[in-house]
Write a protein that binds this ligand. Structure first.
Ligand code: FPP
Length: 245
């Protein structure tokens, strides 16, 4: 596939990816699951750089869900270690590529080492103006919505806002993603066709793209293919085709 086929005026502003299939990729090759995650981290690096090259404004990656804490302790520990190593290793490249890092999720549940590394990279890349990369870590959409409901209810109870003022803008402001636009394109790899508690509110009008490719095999060409599919669709946001023309 050729980048020229992509219309640079109609890029999705916000691409979100459910990176799935690291374990199966490793299993297929008779390797340990952690080798799949390591190859997955390499695919993250390549995908972020491809997105930056294309000029994608926001890229959000589902790196660890609230449900992933249920995995065997050794896998969780190695994943956290890989995260720290990747963040350390990638800081320089992120700066070179003008990438700004952010994170969403119940971040206080992450090991201290991960929190410190994450905060450092977020701080050091905060003035970069290129692709805004958000890692969803210890993330669950229902938890995010629950937190928003609690915060809004407390404001109503304390007479900070009247109940009648609650609208989509107020709800958006209480989500982890308060500084992000809605998702335009959601990609999931590995052939699974589900959302798995990812950005439930923010994908209301997203185009969904599922590919059988396992996450470690995902590359620049795969991203282009997904965006091309997005560009061929008509986004009506509830209107009719005629109203759009
Ligand atoms: C899904 O594959 C992947 C994960 C749960 C973790 C994602 C982590 C990475 C891509 C690597 C490190 C991340 C960063 C940001 C550097 P799976 O284990 O569920 O695969 P399976 O369904 O085949 O078992």
């Amino acid at each position: 596939m050729n980048t020229k086929e992509l219309n640079s005026n109609e890029l999705p502003q916000h691409v979100a990816i459910i990176m799935d299939g690291n374990g199966r990729w490793a299993q297929k090759q008779g390797k340990l699951r952690i080798r799949g995650h390591e190859a997955g981290a390499e695919a993250v690096r390549k995908t972020v750089e491809s997105a930056a090259k294309l000029g994608i404004k926001h890229l959000t990656l589902y790196a660890f869900s609230t449900e992933n804490w249920r995995r065997p302790k050794t896998e969780v520990t190695t994943l956290m270690g890989l995260l720290v190593r990747s963040l350390r290793k990638e800081l320089e490249r992120m700066t070179e590529n003008n990438i700004r890092l952010g994170a969403i999720g119940s971040l206080e549940q992450l090991p201290k080492k991960v929190q410190l590394e994450l905060n450092e990279v977020i701080l050091k890349t905060q003035d970069n103006t290129g692709t805004h990369l958000t890692l969803a870590l210890s993330y669950g959409a229902r938890e995010e919505i629950k937190q928003a409901v609690i915060e809004i209810s407390q404001k109503v109870k304390n007479n900070i806002i009247p109940v009648e003022s609650i609208d989509e803008t107020i709800i958006n402001k209480h989500l982890y993603t308060q500084n992000l636009p809605d998702v335009d394109l959601l990609i999931r790899t590995s052939g699974e066709v589900r959302i798995s508690n990812f950005l439930l509110w923010q994908i209301a009008y997203a185009e969904l793209y599922f590919t059988d490719e396992l996450w470690p095999d995902f590359n620049e060409q795969s991203l282009h293919k997904a965006i091309l599919s997005y560009q061929k669709r008509e986004r009506r946001f509830g209107k009719t085709s005629e109203q759009l023309t």
